[in-house]
Design a protein around this ligand. Sequence first.
Ligand SMILES: Nc1ncnc2c1ncn2[C@@H]1O[C@H](COP(=O)(O)OP(=O)(O)OP(=O)(O)O)[C@@H](O)[C@H]1O
Ligand SMILES: [Mg+2]
Length: 273
Amino acid sequence: MTLSDAVRSAVGAVTDPELRRPLSELDMVRDVSVEGATAHVAIALTIVGCPAADRIERDVRAAAASVEGISEVALRIGVMTPAERKALTERLRGGRAGRQMPFGPDSLTRVILVSSGKGGVGKSTVTANLAVALAAQGLAVGLVDADVHGFSIPGLLGIPAGTQPTRVDDLMLPPVAHEVKTISIGMFLEDPEAAVAWRGPMLHRTVQQFLTDVFFGDLDVLLIDMPPGTGDIAISIGQLLPTPRCSSSRRRSRRHPMSRSAAARSPARPGSA
Ligand SMILES: Nc1ncnc2c1ncn2[C@@H]1O[C@H](COP(=O)(O)OP(=O)(O)OP(=O)(O)O)[C@@H](O)[C@H]1O
Ligand SMILES: [Mg+2]
């Protein structure tokens, strides 16, 4: 392996802190050459003013300098062209055409909803702790705060006010706290204290966007902190996610309670708890 190959492979192994993939896989490493003991490295960031730029720059410098025989690193930082960015976002979406929800029946991600009929019983506390505990065990964990009216996940995970997802075209990169990729409506509001008074369609679109336009990558577990009750958001999530694992204490028949067949079937159905 030549010295410049060694530098390319060290730099390519640096992970993008938001996309959580090595730079080589993201096509972010451009030219690499070595003159004497100086490594010349050019990388392309996804967007101008990428919040992770400082960290990437630091990590790339350190990776190149760690190669034996290199004592200086000359780094050039550029930005991807729109075409390159489009190719990248398509690749990140796993080749799925346009905006498709990645947590469908063929997904390997286990989806866990934390739900209850009553408010204030500890759903969000359980969700946040479960997410952090699973991530600490090495699982790739995502958390969707589906409680649009009463979001509390950013506060529970200590995500500073004003933290927003980075946008790469129409893909949103979720902030990461305690190794958990997290999205919440609280990251989009100008005034987090203001009430969110939205009707069903707005709530549906928000939840749909969280599930389709947020780049969670390959997750082992997706946790969803539900609002209390069985309102618009619960119905939307039920429609959007065909195979959720539900942690609520009791599964109820989908039929109207007055329907005869529902009444006849529900008490005796095995495994319905
Ligand atoms: N195991 C527990 N023991 C005592 N207090 C708890 C416990 N879990 C949560 N709490 C407290 O109960 C309150 C409500 O918790 P939390 O916000 O998690 O409930 P929630 O079900 O998500 O509420 P909401 O329905 O409003 O979303 C908080 O003040 C929280 O600190
Ligand atoms: Mg809650």
